[in-house]
Structure formats: C-alpha cells, structure tokens
Design a protein around this ligand. Structure first.
Ligand code: GCB
Length: 891
C-alpha cells in the first residue's frame, strides 16, 4: 500500500511538474494565403474559401522572375489560419513566436490587433493571452508586406527580398510566472563568461523574470550547469520577490568551474545551463529554459590574427545565403542543417552569417560543430538619412545580439556591408552630408553593439573603395575591418589582391583585417581549357580560388576569410550566365559540389581524402586529338596527400605531386565509358576514388570515321564547353575549318568592352531560354560554317541573339568596375545560303525578334554528292553573326 502511495505521489508530482513545463510547438501547416491588400482580411467574416492553401516556411516569390514575367511581387499578402485550441493550456501565458518573416508584419487574433514587427531577418513574438479562446476556433490573420520601405534596411542588395513567413511559427504556453519572452524575442537568459582559462571559468547568468499574475510571488531562481551528459556540475539559486505584473532582472552569483572542458573548433564541447523558476513555498517548477554554454576565450590581433583558447587559428570558411533551388528562402530546418554540415565536411571553421541573421538551426549547428561565426544585420549598400532608418537599424542590432547572445560560436557582430556601394550622390555638400549621416549610423550601431555585448568583436565589411570609407570616416570605427575583394573578377588583375592586403595592413595599423568576401562566378555547366576572367567556367573558378588561398595563407595578419559564397543564391537584379542567380557558390543552388568545393576540402580537411574533379560533368566529350583515337583532356584531382596516382581504364597515368591540394592529369578519353581511379596515401592511410566518365568522342574527320556521324553542337566565338543539362547534350568550342573536318571561316569572337579592356561574350540576359551561355558568345563577321559530313538527311539548327543594343545597358552595380559599354548595334542585316541555295535574304534579328532574344532556326537539309554542308553568310548591313550551330543526322 505504502509502495502504491509513493508511486502515486511520484506520478502526481511528475505529472504536475510536466504540466508546468513550457509547451512549444509549430503551427506551420495548412494556412490560407492570398496576395494583395485585402479589405478586413483579419475578420472572421472574411471568406477565404478560395484562397490557396500553403505550408510555412513559405515565400510567395519562389517562382517569380522568369524571363517572360520579369520582376517579383513586392507588396502585401495575407495568411489566415483557424485553429481549435483545446483547454489543456487554459490559464497559461500564450505567445506566438516567429523565427522570421520578410519584412513588415501585422498580427491579428480573432479580429483583434496583436502586434507588428519591422525587419525581415530577426525573430519576434507577441503575447496573445488576452485574445485566445480555449476550447474554440481561433482565427490567426497575418499580413506580411515585402514592399520597399526606405526606413527598413536593406534598401538594396545583391540578393532577392523574398516576401513571406519563410521560417517556422510557434505557439508557446507557459506559467504566468516565467522567464520573460518579450525582450526582443530573446530567450530571457543571458550567459556571460567574464573569465575563462584552462584551469577555471567564471560564468554569470542574467535572467529576466516576469510575473503576469495579479498577486506578488516569491520564487527561487535556479541556474544549474550540467555537462554534456546531463550531469550537474554547478548550481546557484536566489530568492526573488516579484510584485504583480512585475518584470525583473536577476543576476546570478559568479559561478566557477574548475578545469573546464573548453569549446573549440575541434572539440565543440557544450555545457548546458538550466534556468528554472520555482515556487518558493511549494518548490513547484514554474518555468524552465535551457541554453548552451561554451567555455572559450578568443582574441583577434592585427598582426597575429585570430586565436582561440590561446592557440592561433586561421579562420577559413564561407559566407552563406539562405536559398535553395526553386524554393527561394523558404527552407526546412534540415536544409539549413545540411549547409553547415557541408561547411564542416569541407574543413571550414568559419561562417559569415550574411548578410542577415539566419535560422536558429544554423546557429545551433555552428555551436554543435565548432564553427566560429560572425553574424550581421542587413544594413547593406546604402542608408536613408532619417532617424527612423537609424532607429530601425539599432533595433535590429539589439534583436540580433539578444537573440543569439548565448551562442559560443558567435565571436563577431557585424553591422554594415559595403555601405558606400550605392552612394546616392557623388560629390559636393550632399555627398558630404550623406557621409556624415552614414558615419552617424555606423557610430550608433558600433556603440549599441559594444554596449549590448562587450565580450565580442565588431566588424564592418567594405568594398574596394577605401577612399570613400576614409572620407566617410568609417575605417576606424569597427574593431575588425572586413574587406570584400574581387580582383581577378570585377577587376582585371588578380595580383592586385595581395597588394591590396599589404596596403591595408600598412595603412590601417592596429586594425584586425579579414577578407569577408572573395569569389568568382562559376556555372557548373561550363568548362574551359583557356580559362579567363568572367568566363564562369569551373576552371577559372579554380585559378581564382587557388590564388586567393595561397596569398591569404602567407599572411598571418589576415585573421580569417569567408569566401563568397557557400552556395549559389538568387538575386533578382543580377544577370550573369544564369539570370537572377549569383553563381559564386562553391556548391550550386541544389548543393551540387563544384570543383572549388573539393579544392577547399583537400586544403582544409584533416581527414584523408582524394576526389577526382569534374564529377558532375555528365555530358562530356571532345574532338579526337591523339594518334590513337582519343581525346586528351585535363582532369583535376584533389587530395590532402603528397602524391596521387591516376588510372584510366586500368592504365596508370603516373604519379603527380599535389600542389595546394590539386594535381592535373591529361586523360586520353576514349569513346564511351572511361573508368578513372585515383589512389593516394595520406598519413599511411590509402584512399581512393572512382569515377566513370561517359565520353562522346567527336571525330575530327567526319566522313571516313570509324564512328558514323550523328551530331555536332558547336558554340561560336567561344573556347568553352557547355552542358545543356535539360537535354543531356554537350556543346563544344569552335574551331577553324579544315578540309574534311568542320569549323568556321572568317570573323572574330564577340568581346564586350568593359572599363578595363574586353571580355569574352556578353553578360546580358537572353530572353526565351535558360541556356544563356549558348547565346552570350558569338562570332562576328563570320563568312561561312562548313562541315564535311557524309551524305544524308540532316536538321541544321542555327542559333542567334542580338547582343548589341542601341540602348546602353544599365550597369549592374555588382559588376564593380566591369560595366559593359554597349556598342550601338545599328541595323544589322544579312543573307544566308546553304550549299549555294539562298534560304534567307534579309535576316535582321533585332528587327524581327528584338534585342537579346534567343532565336533558333531549324533547316531541313539534304547533303548529297559528297559535298558536305556549307552555310554562307552574306552581309548587307553591319556584320554577320552566328552564336551556335547544331547539326543532327536524321538518316
Ligand atoms: C559583394 C556583396 C555581396 C555580393 C557580392 C557579389 O561585395 O557584399 O552581397 O553578392 O559582392 O557577388 O558581387
């Protein structure tokens, strides 16, 4: 009987205690959604039966902005959800909590206004206790607006401003006496570690307590530090009296932990701090909040760089945008998690969480995996000279800091990125005033950050216009200068990069320097054996990254670097090879690994590895260029070994020494499957990698081939290979015609003029296709294209786009210094004949199809009498042109 009684008492206590725990769950699913500013959509009477049904995370812009319907919807939209809440939580404090919604939000519950929030990247929450009806349906109606608001940063940026509730939404229920949730949506607990070393750490916990009842309560505030296994290590408690309705701060006694296990990059050990509020008299648990505790000390030094727990570490990692292929920014937690895992697997130890605070799971993962972070607010490109802009920016900084205050991974708070990139004035008093206001915002933000959190460093990221920043007096304000550098991309001379680093080191004595951005655009589908600036090839990507890494590693004063960017991301205003996408990721929008990812992995990871590059080049091929009917093409192999051996179809191609993680092998590819195997020895551990490359051998002489002619796809004016992944077909570079073979006669490749010379092809968006690279290069003034293929029935496709407009293209602001100067097109017209027969007399692409539109004409051609194909171009006005040709044998 006694036993039963004690079990009963125990069950009662456990049950009762559990009832007092916070209840937190998402309400993401099955919302009604409609765009527009809808009249009285907050009222129950509004009929939403015809609205779309969506799940959160959600953005309404994920499908916007293709060629035919350019632009993206920026305006208001409504979300509605009717939710029956049972009575289990009745009498408790109820909160609706948003992890992020872009960018102005108003929340209504059962018709009543609950609250509003400005800013698209920080978390926010509202007390909904007075409006909830338990045991009944409750109507949540949320208006979200992503329209431009000059007082809410960012004003402009190289990323898409997706509208929507794009991160999780929760309901939270708690005892009316609880750890406060209303302090900028923080967790209400702030953990400080004023002193940490190997032998001892001091911890101090500040808790914001609130009593939402109408009577005074006496509570006990407990902070229990547990180790990673959950074992209690230290505990403090204090009695606090809270008057009715009072919110009060409790600062714990200093808690000492001897011989602490430190949080480090290689051993990110986390203690846990349980902050509990107990009813003083009855001992009942009223509320409990748990936080990670990482014990570490760190320093940034202007000469020696970064050190963690007394050990010098170079921070090398990436920046990251929260995008995914065709999903915009509305990602599931698991997809965020995957990105941090990618960074860790690569051996990265630093994440620039840019250009805005991101999903809490990102921060959680960085804590867990030992990745040092810098987090920043999205004050990007420009400021508005208003108090409201300044105040909103300061509020965002407070939100960011309080929300991620307890993260051991966070070591830097950032607050401005390239703030003078889009100066609205270029000279005179207006510019001077603008500079003074920008300085005022910077100083206010710096002061806010330092006051909120003196334990971390502050950072601002500049673009390569130091004079602007000096004139605006911004170079001295933050503790760390971050430089976003693109020499060898937006600027021609890659060697200017290291000169700039040395200049900055010399000029800004005493300032900590980081390279907060650097990176070339790389389209996974493009390859080139003559890589050059702005060609978007995987190969130029490697040239660029190898150069930057070599120079940064040589310089201890560079505390760290975050390459731009972990992943490709959407940017509405950007036109490169993939319209509206910034291709500077080392993984693609779908997380496909580009060669540069493997390069970093080989350089950074400690785990033995070898990887054959060009892994994703599935439609691969090339023209026979050896005596024994093979095509010699270079392949990169990445490894952290000293040497690597590569085999092709069982034959060794010999050993090569790896230089900074890479070795290049000339592989004689044969037609069909080629089995490649790379073998290396790393610290006594044998690693190997296998890759089967299906290769399409293209005959040099088309008639007497051992392989009957089937097709030929050639891009004119281009040394690049392009994979059309939709059709699994390969485009190869042009060549000059030789009898028996194929190629162009006459003309020159199109190169656009830029501020510092000419560049391959065009960088404009081509309408009506998503195969931009085929249309962005061309041969101007071409006389003929000849192919000596056997007799038969063929489809011959000719590809064109008019790249020269008579309107000067608006320079893309991110093409820093590389603005195209468009030549006036005039009225280009030419005739076309095939094997002497005129097929077109007056082809004027601009007149008939418009500027920058993909034009493909398919001609049915019979080749007979062994004469091969000859396409002749007859100029009438201006120069002739051809972008690409596809010859396909029907029979
Ligand atoms: C920058 C910006 C970043 C851009 C990047 C680029 O300097 O800070 O937002 O995306 O350049 O790719 O041009």
């Amino acid at each position: 009987m006694k036993k039963f009684l004690s079990i009963f008492i125990l069950l009662f206590i456990v049950g009762w205690a559990q009832a007092q725990q916070r209840v937190v769950y998402t309400i993401n699913d099955g919302w009604k959604f409609k765009k527009g500013s809808l009249f009285e959509a907050q009222l129950t009477s509004c009929d939403d039966s015809s609205w779309e049904v969506i799940n959160i995370p959600h953005t309404w812009n994920d499908k916007d902005g293709d060629d035919e319907t350019p632009g993206l919807y920026r305006g208001p939209a409504w979300y509605r959800k009717s939710l029956l809440l049972d009575k289990s939580q009745e009498g408790r404090q109820a909160v609706i909590y948003f992890e992020g919604a872009n960018r102005e939000v108003q929340v209504y519950l059962n018709g009543a206004f609950v609250g509003e929030h400005k800013g698209g990247y920080t978390r926010f929450c509202f007390d909904i206790t007075p409006h909830l009806r338990y045991g009944q349906e409750n109507l949540f109606a949320i208006c979200v607006n992503n329209v431009h608001n000059p007082n809410i940063p960012p004003l402009s940026a190289d990323f898409t401003f997706y509208g929507g509730i794009y991160r999780d939404v929760y309901l939270q229920f708690m005892n009316p006496v609880h750890v406060a949730t209303h302090d900028y949506a923080s967790c209400g607990v702030y953990i400080r570690t004023p002193q940490v070393d190997k032998s001892e750490a001091t911890v101090e916990v500040t808790t914001l307590l609130t009593n939402q009842t109408d009577r005074a309560v006496d509570v006990l505030v407990e902070n229990v530090i547990c180790d990673a296994t959950g074992k209690e290590v230290r505990k403090t408690d204090a009695s606090v009296r809270l008057a009715a309705g009072e919110t009060k701060t409790d600062v714990s006694k200093k808690i000492k932990i001897t011989s602490p296990r430190l949080w480090d990059i290689d051993d990110p050990y986390r203690y846990r701090v349980y902050t509990r509020i107990l009813d003083k008299k009855r001992g009942a648990l009223l509320d409990e909040v748990v936080n990670p505790l990482g014990l570490r000390w760190f320093e940034f030094d202007s000469e020696r760089g970064f050190s963690l727990n007394g050990k010098a570490r170079k921070l090398i990692g990436t920046a990251r945008h929260q995008d995914y292929f065709e999903k915009g920014n509305a990602l599931r937690d698991e997809m965020h998690v995957r990105d941090v895992l990618l960074l860790k697997e690569m051996g990265g130890n630093f994440l620039r969480v840019s250009h805005y605070p991101q999903d809490p799971v990102i921060m959680e993962m960085c804590d867990k995996l030992g990745i040092v972070t810098s987090v920043e607010i999205p004050v990007v490109n420009a400021v508005t000279e208003t108090e409201e802009f300044l105040n909103n920016s300061v509020e965002m900084a407070k939100e960011m800091i309080r929300q991620d205050f307890n993260r051991p991974s966070v070591m830097i708070w950032g607050y401005m990125n390239e703030i003078l990139l889009r100066r609205p004035y270029t000279e005179g008093k207006q510019l001077e005033d603008y500079y003074r206001y920008t300085e005022k915002v910077a100083r206010a933000l710096e002061a806010t950050v330092r006051q909120e959190d003196p334990s971390r460093y502050t950072m601002m990221a500049y673009h390569n216009a130091p004079q602007y920043y000096e004139d605006a007096r911004l170079t001295d304000i933050p503790m760390i200068q971050g430089w976003n550098l693109y020499q060898g991309w937006y600027e021609p001379d890659i060697n200017e990069f290291q000169r700039l680093l040395d200049r900055a080191h010399h000029t800004y004595k005493g300032k900590v320097l980081m390279v907060t951005e650097y990176g070339p655009g790389v389209d996974e589908r493009l390859h080139s054996y003559q890589p050059e600036l702005f060609d978007f090839s995987q190969e130029y990507g490697l040239v660029y990254h190898r150069h930057y890494m070599k120079e940064m590693m040589k310089r201890p004063f560079i505390a760290g670097a975050s390459l731009w960017n972990l992943n490709d991301f959407y940017s509405e205003s950007r036109i490169d090879v993939v319209p509206h996408v910034n291709n500077k990721g080392i993984v693609g929008l779908d997380r496909e690994h580009k060669d540069s990812y493997w390069f970093y992995k080989a350089l950074l990871t400690q785990k033995p590895m070898v990887v054959i590059g060009n892994r994703e080049w599935k439609a691969r091929g090339g023209v026979v260029n050896t005596d024994n009917r093979a095509c010699l093409q270079s392949i990169p192999v990445f490894s952290n070994a000293e040497e690597v051996e590569l085999f092709t179809n069982g034959q060794s191609l010999g050993n090569k020494r790896l230089e900074a993680g890479c070795a290049f092998f000339d592989v004689p590819f044969v037609d069909g499957d080629n089995q490649l195997e790379a073998v290396a020895l790393v610290d006594g551990c044998r690693v190997h990698d296998l890759l089967t490359v299906r290769f399409e051998l293209i005959e040099s002489f088309l008639k007497d081939s051992q392989k009957p002619f089937t097709e030929l796809n050639v891009m004119l004016g281009s040394p690049r290979y392009f994979e059309d992944r939709e059709a699994n077909m390969l485009w190869i570079p042009e060549q000059e015609y030789k009898p028996g073979s194929w190629g162009f006669v006459g003309g020159t490749p199109y190169r656009r003029k830029t501020g510092f010379g000419t560049m391959l092809g065009s960088d404009i968006d081509i309408y009506g296709t998503n195969q931009n690279p085929i249309f962005q290069t061309q041969r101007m003034g071409i006389k003929s294209f000849k192919a000596d293929m056997p007799d038969g029935e063929y489809s011959v496709y000719l590809y064109w786009a008019e790249l020269d407009s008579d309107k000067k293209k608006e320079a893309l602001v991110y093409n820093l210094g590389a603005d195209s100067e468009q030549v006036l097109a005039g009225n280009r017209s030419f005739g076309l004949s095939m094997n002497g027969v005129t097929v077109l007399d007056d082809l004027n692409i601009a007149r008939d199809y418009g500027y920058a539109r993909a034009v493909i004409k398919k001609f049915m051609v019979t080749i007979k009498n062994g004469e091969g194909l000859r396409v002749d171009f007859h100029p009438k006005e201006g120069e002739t042109l051809l972008n690409a040709i596809r010859i396909y044998r029907n029979y």
